[in-house]
Design a protein around this ligand. Structure first.
Ligand SMILES: [Zn+2]
Ligand SMILES: [Zn+2]
Length: 237
């Protein structure tokens, strides 16, 4: 372990000098593929930080990213901004819009970027058309692509996502500066041991059954789940 070293030093440096290609590579490391939306997430973060004068976030909830979707866009945002699901600086609103609002708690300023260009829009571009038809087949209809088609799709997506990095912000996003929403810091709760399975759970997620603490699955209660289709109830048998 490197003592005292900022783990985001590399990303911070890339943000400062506008190293968008390398930032997209970083985002690809967690996202697993290159696509137009992960590139948009990279760009949204880069533009937002510039507009709010943010040089970096330290993952301590001082900078928040309020996202309105759970698609590829969000991984570009998590990788580059450092606002993640795990450090509670990523707030998810299940609105189905490719949009993000960054909030700086210190300066009390916010910027919202809503995507206009999605990379698949350019219908006069034969490669974009080809990429879209492969996407429809593989992702929308869940049909199996031949290995060669799969390779071709990845190749087209990679090309399109890196190409989109040179597009001007006005082409990519509608940008405005709303009043920052007040969002509470993540509270810290005690953990309580479930009397049935013996696992510890956050106290607000523990139920009392016959005077004993029981976790949600052991109680057979309903809970909220985030999956591909958004936030929905789960667990109730
Ligand atoms: Zn993607
Ligand atoms: Zn349990």
């Amino acid at each position: 372990m490197e003592k005292g070293k900022d783990p985001r030093e590399g990303i911070k440096g890339l943000l400062a000098k506008g190293g968008l290609k390398k930032l997209l590579v970083k985002a690809g490391e967690i996202h697993g593929h290159y696509c137009s939306h992960v590139a948009l997430g990279v760009m949204a973060t880069y533009f937002a930080f510039k507009k709010l004068g943010i040089t970096d976030s330290t993952g301590m909830e001082e900078i928040l990213a309020v996202v309105e979707c759970n698609n590829c866009f969000v991984d570009g945002i998590q990788a580059v901004s450092g606002c993640t699901f795990g450090n509670n600086a990523l707030i998810y609103k299940d609105l189905g819009k490719t949009a993000v609002t960054f909030i700086d708690r210190k300066t009390k300023r916010a910027v919202r970027l809503a995507a206009k260009y999605t990379g698949e829009d350019a219908t006069n571009d034969p490669e974009a058309e080809e990429a879209r038809s492969l996407f429809d087949k593989a992702v929308k209809r869940r049909e199996k692509l031949a290995p060669r088609q799969m390779e071709r799709m990845k190749e087209l997506w990679t090309k399109m996502s890196f190409a989109s990095l040179s597009r001007p912000e006005s082409e990519l996003f509608d940008i405005n500066f709303p009043e920052p929403e007040v969002i509470a810091y993540a509270p810290i709760f005690d953990s309580i041991k479930c009397s049935v399975c013996g696992e510890s759970a956050m106290e607000t997620r523990v139920r009392m059954k016959e005077n004993s603490p029981v976790c949600i699955p052991c109680a057979g209660d309903e809970y909220w789940m985030v999956a591909g289709r958004g936030i929905h109830p789960a667990g109730k048998k």
